[in-house]
Design a protein around this ligand. Structure first.
Ligand code: SF4
Ligand code: SF4
Length: 365
């Protein structure tokens, strides 16, 4: 395989180690050993030693959520996400991508999103058209919210309007490159999407709604020297500031919330505090097992395209943690996790987006 020496070392270190098996959200959901970092490394170590890269091994490479829980857990500092992404690039370069991944890449190239959506939700379009056409600040919604979770996008817009923020949203918003980076890693196609997007985003500040897009703007763009002129702020950081400086004044209730930290925020961007500032201003916070940097990933929309049953199982596992936190409401800060958690929501629990928590606390005033 055309992968770095470092990735080969990680594969050889992980292949006989089971120390992080208990922490993998996919392995825990399926109960299958093949989904742990160790099993993936073992089969890839065989490929390195001359075995054929079979379709089954390729499928297994795409069963990883890239959530980084194993990396966080590894006391010896190995990073299975690194080799998994590099192997995805190698699979793409050697023309062996499975059909379900090819289809999403085709969609990105043809429609600008992995889902092949060509139309924007009419209610969301009305919200966008109600905003000024130009402003110094852009709210970047991201493809998951626009294509698969328009109600999330609408709530985000409504909250910034309530705070009287002067901002705009692009109806023809470019793609951050997150999906392509996830599907085939650091390919030239991924870099080109990011370069085109960086050129289009000429603003003073960009508030990034989806942690997935924030992660690539703040990490991959920097790593690949793709300059974004704007100051990038996560939506959660921005809203926490609005509360701190009195632009939003939610009324604190006795509702008990528990928070699903998105792995992309908590681990990749090391951001855990702002969401807690927001929730604590609106009600009581009860932490569930595995929170903050130790969070357990609760699914995503990209994998839902080819592993929908597993996504439901993953979210079901996470609901068990929420129930044990004795909270009334599970709160999300990722449109992707919101949609997947909705699939397995228990009848007696409530699921809310962070922005809806604030909007409802404003209404109580
Ligand atoms: S990431 Fe660390 S703990 Fe997990 S299998 Fe590899 S070496 Fe073991
Ligand atoms: S990155 Fe996440 S899904 Fe992939 S092996 Fe590690 S813990 Fe499992």
């Amino acid at each position: 395989m055309q992968i770095s020496q470092k990735s080969k070392e990680i594969i050889d270190s992980c292949r006989f180690c089971w120390m992080c098996r208990h922490i993998c959200p996919i392995g825990n959901a399926t109960g299958q050993e093949r989904n742990n970092a160790r099993a993936r490394a073992l089969s890839l170590s065989l490929v390195e030693r001359g075995f054929t890269m079979t379709e089954d091994i390729i499928d297994n490479v795409y069963e990883c959520a890239l959530c980084g829980a194993c990396t966080k857990e590894c006391v010896t500092g190995w990073d299975p996400v690194k080799f998994t992404k590099e192997v995805r690039l190698d699979i793409a370069s050697s023309g062996k991508l499975p059909d379900y991944i090819e289809k999403m890449i085709y969609n990105i190239e043809k429609t600008g999103n992995a889902y092949g959506e060509t139309k924007i939700n009419s209610k969301l379009l009305n919200e966008i058209e109600s905003l000024p056409k130009t402003a110094d600040t852009l709210l970047f919604l991201g493809k998951d919210a626009i294509c698969k979770s328009p109600e999330s996008a609408i709530s985000a817009i409504k909250l910034l309007k309530k705070a009287k923020v002067s901002f705009t949203v692009l109806a023809d918003e470019p793609d951050s490159g997150y999906a392509m980076d996830t599907l085939i890693g650091a390919a030239e196609e991924t870099r080109q999407i990011m370069l085109d997007t960086a050129e289009k985003l000429v603003y003073n500040t960009i508030i990034v709604y989806d942690p997935a897009d924030a992660k690539v703007f703040l990490r991959e763009y920097k790593e690949w020297n793709i300059a974004l002129k704007a100051k990038i702020k996560t939506f959660t950081t921005f809203v926490a500031e609005l509360i701190k400086n009195g632009k939003l004044k939610p009324k604190k209730s006795k509702t008990v919330y528990t928070f699903q930290d998105p792995a992309l925020l908590a681990r990749d961007l090391e951001e855990t505090a702002p969401a807690r500032v927001i929730i604590s201003a609106c009600g009581e916070l009860s932490e569930m097992l595995m929170n903050g940097k130790d969070t357990m990933w609760a699914g995503n929309l990209l994998m839902n395209e080819y592993m929908p049953k597993v996504m439901e199982l993953v979210s079901s596992e996470r609901w068990n943690n929420a129930i044990n936190a004795s909270a009334d409401v599970l709160v999300t800060a990722s449109p992707s996790e919101y949609e997947i958690l909705l699939k397995a929501k228990p009848e007696n629990m409530k699921l809310m987006r962070l922005e809806d928590v604030v909007l409802s606390a404003l209404e109580e005033k």
